[in-house]
Design a protein around this ligand. Structure first.
Ligand code: SF4
Length: 67
């Protein structure tokens, strides 16, 4: 199965992360901490992820990749 990687050095740290919003599994969640959700970027809960790849297509910064 495909695996998703999020490069938080490329993430714009938006609280409205489009990749998170489109994930049908709710598999993308904010990294804990910070002043608002997403302030430290995002991570993938691998047990929820089906590898569909939708998230990688909508990240404007190219921070989400599928391998
Ligand atoms: S590949 Fe699909 S299921 Fe996995 S995190 Fe991305 S949108 Fe969610």
């Amino acid at each position: 199965m495909s695996t998703i990687a999020i490069d938080n050095t490329r993430c714009d740290r938006s609280p409205g992360c489009p990749s998170r919003r489109v994930c049908p599994q709710g598999a993308i969640v904010p990294v804990e901490g910070g002043h608002y959700p997403g302030a430290h970027g995002y991570r993938v809960i691998e047990d929820r992820c089906t590898g569909c790849g939708i998230c990688a297509r909508v990240c404007a910064g190219g921070a989400v990749s599928i391998g």
